[in-house]
Design a binder for this molecule. Sequence first.
Ligand code: PMP
Length: 361
Amino acid sequence: MTDAPQIPVRVRPAIAALPPYRQGRQAGADAFKLSSNENPFDPLPGVIAAMQSATAVNRYPDAGAARLAQRLADRFGVEPDEVHIAAGSVSILSQLVLATSGPGDEVVYAWRSFEAYPGLAVVAGATSVAVPLTADFRHDLDAMVEAITDRTRVVIVCTPNNPTGPIITQAEFEQFIDRVPGDVLVILDEAYAEFVTDPDAVDGMRLLGGTRRDNLVVLRTFSKAYGLAGLRIGYAVGHARVLDAARTTGIPLSVTAPAEAAALASLDAEAELRERITVIAERRDRLAEGLRAAGWSVPEAQGNFVWLPAGEHAVDVAAAFDAGGLVVRPFAGDGVRITVGEEESVEKVLRIAASVVKDLP
Ligand code: PMP
């Protein structure tokens, strides 16, 4: 007899050792849920109507979400086969890592960054190589280039970085990708791109036109700025053959017709959504400035969230917010991420943050 837990089927040891995905906690009726970087606005009426008009749910959806792919291709000045749509951009991350990396291969990413990255490497059987952020919570792009070996198949870069907030500039990114070997895939995860107000920030789509880098895939999502997190729809833009590899490893038909219809309707409602994005970005700036004034060293915040570098106090700090009716996301030993939510939550965040900071040693 061994002490190993009894598993009725033989699960790969690497998978058995991996914790399953844990969602940001749901909030009670009287609390604000600021733990999952969601959009606090209700869906637009046109989006609901479009979803409801996608009634032929007895039929499978269009496998490539062709109408949306065409629409995004027109928008970004690429061909439809240079756009790939899937059930959330996290699905595309998984597809790309599976397509490129297996046992012995290396997946390089910054840390701390989006929690899914290390797990995706493990699932693929690849080796995960985490490159620490700089002291001001930015990607250390030089160190990331240095971490690339003959075994590296993918480098994932996240801007603005979830959960810490800073962007990578266009100049920094261009210098970086010029130093990455052309057979290494660079995934530029721009899940929060629409919230960015820093004019120097990288816009990956600008590198996909004339001066394209064939090893670059830019990831975006309808979950954040477009407020469709519950529908699960995201997209990638890049070289058609690279995206074919993602289409091959992906589960077919996972983008539903209501999700595609809602995404198209969101693109139709761009002006209204832009106004909402502006409101969230202004709220974010107010929050970040208020937190700094209270004594927190909040790094540059360019997504729809702010980062409190609470270090070893992260869990206690999050508990204090929780007790005050704000569900936030602690990263044990590191910090607390607070989503920019409803207007009424801003004052509450600032009040609790100001009182908590006084209790810290
Ligand atoms: N990338 C980053 C950096 C994220 O923070 C998230 C969501 N938290 C995703 C990708 C995945 O988003 P989705 O699957 O909802 O498109």
